[in-house]
Design a protein around this ligand. Structure first.
Ligand code: G3P
Ligand code: CA
Length: 247
């Protein structure tokens, strides 16, 4: 049975990466959430996919150029529908506060514009403070960020995200086990089109977890269930719950 991990919350029911989207996921009884985090100008972590607020709010500019107070003044729901107008950008603390019923909490750390990795230690510290570290997995396309997580706490479960254009992709396709060992990976989070039954088996034989993204098609969800994928990161948590659990 693959864990159903709701990508940016239930983003087809409510604006992505907002508290209503995560609350809707909880109502669907998903196993886990996936989010994306960035550091604000004043060094706080907020939940948002893009580096800028342009697409998902009524503001403009980079998150790292705004303070939390400035970001909280923006509307992160009106772009989605009038029902969600006035929705605020969540802090990571607000996000973690919803995670009690979950089995897994996937924080994706987006690479900072200046290449610094300070958000890594902050995610680990806040997860511990809020009692969710034991269910936390941290993913990133940036290996430096993942290694910074391990420096913050060597028991952090780090997951490398990759697609064909990702820097380590060729090496992983060549020898996923060697790369995982070299970087002390807990999991791979591959783009779903790159995943095969044999790849999952090979990873499992080496003790490596596999959580593909973004798995939205019925046949792909069913195949990953059949192939014993550990999780599916999906925009369709309702469909995935039905396929996994008949819910
Ligand atoms: O975590 C998987 C997936 O979210 C990675 O891509 O762009 O949706 O963050 P993106
Ligand atoms: Ca993501």
């Amino acid at each position: 049975m693959a864990l159903v991990i709701s990508h940016r919350g239930a983003n087809r029911f409510a604006p992505e990466n907002t508290l209503p989207a995560f609350e809707k996921s909880l109502a669907l009884h998903v196993d886990g959430f996936e989010n994306d985090v960035h550091l604000t100008k004043d060094g706080l972590l907020v939940v948002c996919h893009d580096e800028t607020v342009d697409r998902t709010s009524n503001g403009t500019g980079r998150i790292c150029d705004h303070t939390l107070a400035e970001l909280r003044a923006l509307d992160f729901g009106g772009w989605f529908s009038a029902e969600f107008a006035g929705t605020k950008i969540p802090t990571i603390e607000e996000f973690f506060a919803l995670c009690d019923p979950l089995r897994v909490v996937n924080v994706e750390i987006k690479e900072a514009a200046d290449g610094t990795t300070e958000s890594a230690a902050a995610v680990v510290r806040i997860a511990k403070q809020m009692g969710v570290f034991h269910k936390l997995i941290i993913s990133s396309f940036d290996m430096n960020t993942l290694q910074a997580c391990l420096r913050a706490d060597s028991s952090t479960r780090i997951c490398y995200l990759y697609a064909p254009a990702t820097s380590l992709c060729e090496e992983i396709v060549d020898d996923p086990i060697a790369v995982a060992k070299q970087y002390h990976l807990y999991a791979y989070h591959p783009m779903v089109g790159m995943v095969t039954r044999d790849y999952i088996e090979e990873c499992h034989d080496a003790g490596i977890v596999v959580n593909p993204w973004t798995v939205n098609q019925e046949h792909a969800i069913a195949a990953l269930k059949d192939w014993n994928s550990d999780g599916v990161i999906t925009d369709c948590p309702d469909l995935a719950m039905q396929i996994m659990y008949g819910a």
